[in-house]
Design a protein. Structure first.
Lengths: 1006, 285
């Protein structure tokens, strides 16, 4: 029996959600609605008496704020009603919580079939039904995951209350099918394409040949009732395990790299040759120098682990969740953040989560061009992504440490959504090193957390066209932070009691990947998929095996502790199911009940994929050097600070919690009014210690248009400079690399694949060289290689984007530094030399926009320039050491680093944060003599700092930096103006308030 | 604030005060809340609410002088902040809770905890009625969660034991539902006359304010924290548990050594509560 309940805010009180919706409708869609009221609707599927339903209505409504009614609240007039409900199979955490509340109130369980479905009705005034439909589809709901019903007032009144619920109509279990691979090459390619397998022809052939041989030489297959063809479970499992997402085929490919017409240089795996190599070399160096390394566990677990103090290690991982966020920004992003939480949690035997980082690449929220059909407007994408990560992080009780946004037109097709998490892993858990994990033969395979649905099947390859209304919303997962939080609370208890041997996350590939990976150690596993708890009946075995339903971990539990483990799970109301056991027979043996549905050799599963061979060809691009007209540099600075890539996003960022856990020290926003972004943030890792960790990052996709080698060098340098600004120890900084690339494999769809692959090779080299010089190991990373979309025949590819996330250590957080000018009279220094590095600069893009040049299709914004910032790492490192020494002696009062917007923007940030003026003689700055004034102000050379020093400390400071590029350029003033002069004449002379106003305005209405 | 006047108890005395910090089901500030009680000398214990409800622990509310409802997102705040969690207590633990209040126990609710105490009717607790909800924490006027520091002024005439001797303090607020609304204007008036509004948001000049951002949610009269008429039960939206260390103040890095405090101001609230609990322990040994 289905009961419908409506809850609404009492007349006369503010319906904040309704008012917010009205504001967004006016703002996003320019529809002048008069007002919006909202109602929560709960459809209750349970056997209840009328009295019980009446009690539920009373109980669910807040007596102060709300009124509730059965069926409908009769509440006056409106022009249109929009009812937004979830599609069948989409996670509904609110409905789940409502069921708990109702059962608590009734004092009894309602039985397995009982469910609550939550939905929302928007009652809109001042619109036509047609407009209401546009509002519903354009703003209030996402048809990928939600159903939308629009009714005029008359239709609403005339129709009975809607009692339908989005229940998945579960059928019988579909049979396991054999897959016939005996056809032609074309046939194999078609099978891969239509089955969304994303396997290449070489890979399909390898699978075909393997099974042909198996059927001859492996009698076990026959004994278990398997035919000569692979089953759908086997084929899907191989496709998943061998996918680019899981196997990183491009990073492991054999690449022939050429510069121009030069001879080829062979690179056997970018990952081994650059990423892994630099870390190994640095690790060896640390051991030689200090006797032991602070790299605890790198490359083989879900996240990198570094030593921190005598009690805990730090664990750090950054991921992307780009494609899901393009389709469903809110759901994709919340899944991104709660998903990456599981990586540190599934590292070693489990890390407590400390902080999150987020960063997004979007097209302009003010985009007013023609939007290719099938894409969401970037303003909506941005809004949804922020809300998703806000809800995911806040509800999980994890503060954010870093948050940033980069805007470029080429992120219109795929936004990049980076989410990362830092965790604390105990040095010792139950008497053994916390990073050690090993499933042993005989250990139970236990799945913990949420149930399995069809969510996220073929997550890596889905497209919206694959969805249809009758089937569960397959491709989209929506993270549920509360289910995950309860699971984490339980698992931390189990961890400390020593109840399991190994743990890993169920992410991409679901069980096939988590069990497949964990079984590598013991050498096999036997599973019964029919033991897995399902959200609804009717899933095929291969779907159960591959589902990416969220909030699940897989564990290896020794048999003698299994009862204790399951009992604790029951007490914590967390579902835990024994699915099988780990073995040492070399096989991944998967059953569904009595039937064997897959028998895969561990060797073929993990090493059977044929190697990829690719070509890369580099030829340096050249652009027209922009012609610059003399301009008012003060005006330029003011306007630069208001541009998307420099402006404040505080009105979004403050919706994210940055102080929960009570461990935050240097917060994301600093200065007198706490409204300028910190160069880096500082957090404690635990209570009762003064040692902290420092978070920063570098990202500059604009430099990729010129040379990705220089780009990579620059972003490493930027991340390190930011670390130093906060006072991190130079010798204890580790970094993570996240590559988001356009498809670099040459094909008809990607005619410039060889160039894009060369860009990837050069980025890896830049990363290697710079990390090597600085002694910064890469402890974890991820690549996402297909960030292109083709919509209505238009191809949009992201610019090659590398995010370097750094994590450092500061022994006493009280000695941390912030960028704001502190006292009038303090002396201002510029460290490091400025060059004419205007290529890819924000200044050039600003000039290009002012020149009103249209961007070329799919290309960079006009005015790229040519002179990309380069890095002299050796010289920079020496300078950084001297700065560290000055900081150690307590001689530095503030520290900022010029990056986007150049020297002028760095000085401006310190002034805006300190609400202080400054007088600066630019001619003194290192490198000034050779530069035009705009180059000096705005070029984005690496290796520079702007620091302030108390007048009394000038001599001591100068002794520290002697022999390194530095100059005293001016003084912090009481005044309200920023004055930068050349040859005795002010070239910039602006009010601090004017800078602040522009900085705060740029994204205020985005 | 330093350790306090000469007549204040020592940390050793305070260890006799046992504080229960409930955990689980989406709460997430339990660690820093327990840390705060420990930093002022009390003995703090973390106990999952489910263990208390299911009898899986030897502990009961009887064993404690202080009951702390920490901040968080119990059940995701689905159906309203603190709603589902409070419901569990209402239907499954209320007799124990009323007995705890009756025996002179103290309670502190921070953020989500304040929302729960209000939802349960523990606050405002007129005439010994701790069951009837008369108020709520409604969505902020500016929709959505917001993290920023605020300035607060304590009512010097309030019976609230947790804010004794406090004048103004600064704390972070982090919530989406913090606007204190009552079933009628008479409730607010009665809270005013009884000095039960122990903490208010104030502007730079120290005046109670309803204006954003000094008041993050639009609470009428700047209501930020409310106590019951005995002053022993206290709930507040801002987070004293996130200002345990002096260097967490946003301006700390701009201060000279001489200006710097020796501890985070949030601790003073916990110390006050622990001292009040100790007084009642001393009265009835």
């Amino acid at each position: 029996m289905i009961h419908r309940i409506e809850i609404a805010v009492r007349r006369g009180l503010t319906d904040a959600r309704g008012e917010h919706a009205a504001r967004r409708i006016r703002d996003f869609l320019q529809v002048p609605v008069e007002g919006v009221r909202t109602r929560d609707v709960y459809h209750l599927e349970a056997d209840l008496t009328d009295e019980e339903v009446a009690a539920v209505v009373r109980e669910l409504s807040d007596p102060v704020l709300q009124i509730g009614a059965r069926d409908r609240i009769e509440d006056g007039s409106f022009d249109a009603a929009v009812h937004v409900a979830f599609k069948p199979g989409v996670a509904d955490p609110v409905g789940k919580s409502a069921l708990v509340a109702i059962e608590d109130m009734l004092g009894r369980k309602l039985g397995g079939e009982a469910a609550v479905y939550s939905s929302v009705v928007y009652l809109i005034d001042g619109v036509t039904p047609k407009q209401a439909g546009e509002i519903a589809h354009g703003l209030l709901a996402n048809s990928v995951i939600q159903t939308i019903v629009v009714r005029s007032h008359e239709e609403w009144e005339a129709s009975p209350p809607d009692l339908s619920v989005p229940k998945v109509a579960g059928g019988p279990v579909p049979e396991v099918r054999p897959c016939d691979l005996s056809g032609s090459d074309e046939e194999l390619e078609r099978l891969s394409r239509e089955g969304l397998l994303a396997l290449s022809l070489d890979e399909m052939r390898a699978i075909r040949d393997h099974f042909a041989a198996e059927s001859v030489y492996n009698p076990r297959r026959r004994e278990l009732g398997l035919g000569p063809m692979p089953t759908d479970v086997e084929l899907e499992c191989l496709a998943q395990t061998w996918s680019e997402h899981c196997k990183h085929k491009i990073f492991n490919a054999v690449i022939d790299y050429r510069e121009g017409d030069g001879s080829a240089e062979r690179i056997d795996s970018l990952f081994a040759s650059y990423i892994q190599r630099v870390t190994r070399e640095i690790d060896r160096e640390i051991v030689e120098r200090d006797g032991r390394s602070w790299l605890v566990s790198v490359f083989h677990d879900n996240a990198g682990v570094i030593a921190f103090d005598e009690e805990i290690h730090l664990v750090y991982k950054v991921e992307t969740h780009n494609s899901p966020s393009a389709l469903d920004p809110y759901g994709g992003a919340i899944t991104g953040i709660v998903g990456v939480n599981r990586d540190p949690f599934g590292t070693g035997r489990g890390a407590q989560l400390l902080s999150n980082v987020w960063g997004y690449c979007f097209a302009s929220p003010f985009f007013d061009g023609v939007l290719p059909k099938g894409l969401l407007h970037p303003k909506r994408v941005r809004d949804g992504v922020h809300r998703g990560v806000i809800d995911g992080g806040n509800q999980s009780g994890i503060p954010y440490g870093r948050g940033w946004e980069v805007f470029d037109r080429r992120y219109l097709g795929k936004p990049l959504v980076f989410c990362g998490t830092v965790g604390a892993l105990p040095v010792t858990i139950d008497g053994t090193p916390g990073e050690d994990k090993a499933a042993l033969p005989g250990d139970a395979v236990v799945m913990v957390g949420g149930r399995i649905g069809a969510d996220g099947i073929h997550g890596a390859t889905f497209s919206s066209a694959a969805l249809d209304d009758a089937s569960p919303a397959q491709a989209v997962q929506i993270g549920d932070p509360i289910t995950q939080k309860m699971m984490f609370d339980f698992l931390l208890e189990a961890r400390d009691l020593g109840l399991y041997n190994a743990i890993t996350d169920n992410g991409a590939g679901g069980l096939s990947s988590s069990v497949g990976e964990m079984a590598e150690g013991p050498g096999g596993a036997r599973l019964d998929l029919s033991a897995a708890p399902l959200k609804y009946a009717g899933l095929a075995p291969w779907e159960i095996f591959l589902s990416e339903a969220q909030e699940r971990m897989t564990l290896a539990v020794p048999s003698e502790r299994l009862d204790a483990f399951l009992e604790l799970a029951r007490r914590r109301q967390v579902e835990a199911s024994v699915l099988g056991e780990f073995t040492d027979d070399g096989w991944l043996h998967v059953c569904h009940g009595a039937e064997t549905v897959a028998l895969l050799s561990m060797e073929f599963l993990h090493d059977g994929a044929p190697e990829m061979r690719l070509n890369a060809r580099w030829s340096p691009p050249t652009f027209d050097e922009p012609v610059r007209r003399p301009t008012d540099h003060g005006r330029t600075l003011v306007e630069l600070l208001g541009r998307l890539n420099l402006a404040s996003n505080e009105n979004k960022a403050r919706h994210y919690d940055h102080e929960v856990k009570g461990l935050t020290v240097v917060k994301p926003w600093v200065g007198v009014d706490a409204d300028v972004p910190a160069e880096a943030t500082v957090l404690l890792a635990r209570h009762g210690s003064l040692q902290g960790y420092v978070l920063s990052e570098g990202i500059n996709p604009f430099a990729s248009d010129l040379d990705t080698f220089a780009m990579a060098a620059g972003v490493v340098d930027e991340a390190i400079r930011r670390q130093l600004c906060a006072g991190a120890e130079l010798d204890r900084i580790a970094a993570l690399d996240n590559f988001c690339w356009p498809d670099p494999v040459q094909s008809a769809a990607t005619p410039d694949g060889e160039y894009k692959l060369a860009q990837l090779v050069r980025a890896c080299r830049g990363l290697y060289e710079t990390c090597r010089s600085y002694g910064v190991p890469l402890i974890s990373g991820k690549d996402s290689m297909k960030n292109d979309v083709v919509m209505s025949g238009v191809k949009i590819s992201v610019p090659p984007t590398l995010l370097v996330s750094a994590i450092g250590r500061i022994t006493d957080v009280r000695r941390a530094l912030t960028l704001d000018f502190k006292r009038a009279g303090d002396r201002i220094y510029v460290l490091g030399s400025t060059g004419a590095h205007t290529g890819g600069s924000e200044y050039f893009r600003y000039l290009g926009e002012r020149a009103d040049l249209a961007p070329t299709d799919g290309g960079p914004a006009p005015f790229v320039g040519n002179r990309v910032p380069e890095l002299d790492a050796e010289r920079s490192l020496a300078l950084y050491r001297s700065l560290s020494e000055a900081q150690r002696q307590g001689l530095v009062r503030s520290s900022s680093t010029p990056a986007r917007g150049g020297l002028a923007a760095a000085v401006a940030r310190s002034a805006m944060a300190g609400l202080a003026g400054a007088e600066i003689d630019l001619d003194r700055a290192p490198g000034a003599a050779d530069l035009l004034t705009d180059e000096l102000l705005f070029s984005e050379s690496n290796g520079r700092f702007v620091v302030t020093v108390a007048a009394s400390d000038v001599d001591a400071f100068e002794r520290c930096v002697e022999g390194h590029s530095h100059a005293r350029v001016g003084t912090v003033t009481e005044g309200a103006r920023l004055t930068l002069a050349r040859a005795g004449k002010a070239v910039v002379d602006v009010e601090i308030e004017e800078l602040r106003a522009s900085f705060k305005e740029g994204l205020a209405h985005a | 604030m330093p350790e306090g006047g000469e007549n204040r108890p020592t940390a050793g005395d305070r260890a006799r005060v046992r504080a229960l910090v409930l955990t689980g089901l989406g709460l997430n500030c339990e660690v820093e809340t327990a840390e705060a009680f420990r930093r002022v000398g009390a003995t703090a214990e973390l106990v999952p609410l489910l263990d208390l409800l299911d009898g899986h622990t030897e502990r009961s509310l009887k064993d404690y002088s202080i009951l702390a409802f920490a901040g968080g997102f119990a059940f995701g705040d689905h159906l309203g902040a603190g709603f589902v969690y409070a419901n569990k207590i209402r239907w499954r633990l209320y007799d124990q809770l009323l007995d705890f209040i009756d025996r002179g126990g103290l309670a502190l609710g921070i953020c989500n905890g304040f929302q729960m105490m209000t939802r349960l009717g523990m606050l405002p607790g007129f005439d010994g009625d701790y069951r009837t909800p008369l108020a709520t924490l409604a969505p902020n006027d500016r929709l959505g969660y917001w993290d920023d520091w605020v300035r607060l002024a304590a009512d010097p005439r309030s019976p609230c034991v947790w804010t004794r001797g406090l004048d103004t303090l600064e704390l972070p607020t982090r919530h989406g539902e913090g606007k204190f609304l009552t079933t009628g204007p008479e409730i607010l008036e009665r809270l005013e006359t009884g000095h039960q509004i122990a903490l208010r948001y104030v502007d730079a000049a120290g005046r109670a304010t309803e204006r954003w951002p000094a008041n993050p949610n639009g609470s009428p009269g700047g209501v930020a924290g409310v106590c019951d008429p005995t002053g022993r039960l206290f709930g507040l939206m801002p987070h004293p548990d996130a200002f345990l260390y002096p260097f967490q103040h946003p301006l700390w890095f701009r201060q000279d050594e001489s200006e710097r405090a020796s501890e985070g101001q949030g601790l003073s609230i916990f110390r006050n509560g622990v001292d009040a609990a100790l007084e009642s322990l001393n009265r009835s040994p």
